[in-house]
Design a protein around this ligand. Structure first.
Ligand SMILES: O=c1ccn([C@H]2C[C@H](O)[C@@H](COP(=O)(O)O)O2)c(=O)[nH]1
Ligand SMILES: [Zn+2]
Length: 161
């Protein structure tokens, strides 16, 4: 009888992998963010990526970062974490974990806390020095949300889509 495979991916690799794959759906030319929400018993509850709200055309709204606030992306994009929270239609997210490719901003931190998510597993923290992320960490810590840095495994998976 053949033995079971031993090189299968871990739960963390699986969920961060799903978050990373979700980010590929983003139309943001500068930063693509993905999120995956998981129950305490390792069931995927929801996913999201940063993008425009339903009905707001990807082709008509701006994607640039600078200039008139009404003519750049920041007032219009829904963040991946919020999309993942709003995409969930199953009831409560109490006690769940969120895997995110970028550390959540202050607005996402509020939504994470209010929705009952108890753990944030993040990959990149490129905006760690910004007021938004500093405030986010302050709120998450105050609310007792566990913050865990994802340690990238050296495993690479490639497949045709
Ligand atoms: O918590 C967050 C913070 C940011 N995002 C999204 C919002 C934007 O689409 C990009 C950031 O763009 P930059 O050009 O790097 O400023 O990331 C998010 O989804 N979640
Ligand atoms: Zn955010």
């Amino acid at each position: 009888m053949s033995q079971k495979r031993t090189d299968y991916i871990s739960w963390d690799e699986y969920f961060m992998g799903v978050a990373k794959l979700s980010a590929f759906r983003s139309k943001d030319p500068n930063t693509q963010v993905g999120a995956c929400i998981v129950s305490q018993d390792n069931k995927i509850l929801s996913m999201g990526y940063n993008g425009l709200p339903i009905g707001c055309s990807d082709d008509e709204f701006p994607w640039c970062r600078e200039g008139d606030p009404l003519e750049n992306k920041y007032l219009y994009t829904t963040h991946s974490e919020l999309n993942a929270i709003l995409n969930y239609r199953g009831g409560s997210l109490d006690g769940s974990k969120i895997y995110v490719t970028l550390f959540p901003c202050n607005e996402c931190a509020k939504a994470i806390i209010q929705s009952g998510i108890k753990t944030v597993v993040y990959d990149c923290d490129k905006y760690a020095d910004t007021a938004s992320v500093i405030a986010s960490k302050r709120m998450l810590k105050a609310a007792g949300v566990e913050i865990v840095k994802y340690h990238e495994s050296q495993r690479e998976i490639t497949f045709k889509l």
